[in-house]
Design a protein around this ligand. Structure first.
Ligand code: EPU
Length: 424
């Protein structure tokens, strides 16, 4: 199993290019199932989760081509032939985003069998809202032997447009129902829809494929179903979480970096909090120049749905707070178990206590290197930042979590001057 070894204390200098967003690319890859014509995708990040999704789509029958050898960000997917409507337990257990094939398969093939995802390290993460919405659209759904077995009845029938109000805001739930609704008969209204930019990016691709969607970017999506979608060409939106992670890195470690090819307009809540922490930022249309000379100031924050502060940035900003010049409180409202990095940060000398869904951080002047273990994707990123801000040597174990969602993170950090290497 790979590990990352690093020696802290060198400030970051230079430029870093941001890849396409993992959480936009995953539903977008699944959207290709909705048409029998090729879909051209650009700016797809080269990540383990993307490779897993491509493998699942290939099992279903999708052909995947990389037109330019050596460029894995440019793909052509063709779902001309669907040979299986199933996502097995083996696939879903390695990546719960596999659930995103359910809506498109059901809409196009009128039946789908997808393993029910189990719990996960950051929370229980049920998919009841996906199921409730598809049932409201006329699907008959049974849970049998750990699988969601869904079909329209009679099987030749399309899903039906209907108004759906989800009990809570769910990102992949909105995406599944949105994709299903594009091929339904009649009008579907998704109330309480997630407004995350990744949902908007998926909707933009679907429109290019011929879907009729209004309200993109709002919490009310109106979809007029069409009989068929066609091919399209789309570039995946920049990853706001990768950009935010590098901004937290420079806030904690110090230095001056330019984050390029990003979408500052999707990072408002993160920018507000990092400014409070003392990070100086000059912002262009697709870049942010960030400078940190002093010790960070503590910032209180709570996670919430977009456009509020993202849960996927909670661990990274907590690392900044760990070495801030005072105390802070961090409240996690999306996932019930997303504080596993706290014990590991404390192993590096942080002083963070947990009370229910709130972490209370007493800023310490310096962290000290140690061996720590990554427990999930964003936790891994927070530990890498902490290790590079700490004195001495740090080793982060189990970085397969990091590889699921960051495109060559240690190479990008090396280019910024960090002393970090991957060991087998
Ligand atoms: N929820 C339910 N029932 C449902 C759906 C969700 O109770 O049917 C609950 C969840 O348990 C959670 C809350 O609603 O407490 C929100 O979950 P959501 O469905 O929005 O999360 P998700 O769609 O499974 C996506 C991202 C996550 C990100 C969350 C929140 C993808 C592939 N994943 O997950 O990304 O944290 O939205 O923004 O888009 C990551 O990239 O590290 C990551 C975990």
């Amino acid at each position: 199993m790979d590990k990352l070894q690093m020696v802290g204390g060198t400030s970051l200098q230079g430029e870093v290019e941001i890849a396409g967003a993992k959480n936009a690319a995953l539903p977008i890859l699944c959207a290709c199932l909705l048409a029998d014509q090729p879909v051209v995708l650009r700016n797809v990040p080269d990540l383990q989760d993307v490779r897993t999704m491509l493998k699942l789509l290939q099992e279903i029958g999708v052909t995947v081509d990389f037109p330019n050898p050596g460029d894995r960000s440019h793909l052509v997917l063709s779902a001309a032939v669907i040979k299986s409507s199933e996502a097995t337990y083996e696939m879903v257990k390695t990546m719960r985003a596999s659930i995103l094939v359910l809506g498109p398969l059901l809409a196009r093939m009128h039946s789908a069998k997808v393993s029910l995802p189990g719990g996960c390290a950051i929370g229980a993460r049920p998919v009841d809202q996906h199921i409730k919405g598809l049932k409201a659209m006329g699907a008959s759904i049974k849970i049998k032997s750990g699988y969601i077995q869904a079909e329209t009845k009679p099987q030749s029938d399309r899903l039906k447009g209907v108004s759906i109000l989800t009990d809570m805001i769910t990102v992949t739930g909105t995406e599944n129902l949105l994709m299903a609704a594009t091929l339904a008969s009649g009008i579907t209204i998704l109330e309480n829809a997630a407004r995350e930019p990744e949902v908007g990016d998926l909707a933009e691709l679907l429109v290019k494929m011929g879907a009729k969607i209004s309200g993109i970017g709002s919490d009310r999506l109106v979809i007029e179903g069409v009989e068929k979608l066609h091919g399209a060409d789309h570039s995946v939106i920049a990853d706001r979480i990768e950009a935010g992670t590098f901004l937290c890195a420079v806030a904690a470690i110090g230095g001056e970096i330019t984050v390029k090819d990003c979408r500052p307009d999707t990072l408002d809540a993160v920018i507000v909090k990092l400014r409070e922490a003392g990070l100086k930022m000059e912002i262009g249309p697709d870049w942010i120049k960030a400078t940190m000379q002093d010790r960070p100031k503590p910032v209180n924050f709570r996670t919430s749905e977009y456009p509020a502060f993202p849960t996927d940035m909670q661990a990274q900003l907590m690392t900044v707070n760990a070495i801030a010049s005072g105390n802070s409180t961090i409240t996690e409202t999306i996932f019930e178990n997303r504080f596993m990095h706290v014990q590991e940060l404390n192993r590096l000398g942080a002083d963070i206590a947990i009370e229910g869904n709130t972490a209370i951080a007493q800023g310490v002047e310096k962290l000290a290197g140690a061996i720590v273990m990554a427990t999930d994707l964003r936790a891994s990123a927070s530990l890498v930042i902490a290790g590079l801000a700490a004195q001495g040597e740090t080793q982060v174990d189990r970085i397969y979590h990091l590889d699921r969602g960051y495109d060559r993170m240690e190479q990008k950090l090396t280019l910024l001057g960090a002393n970090i290497k991957r060991v087998k």
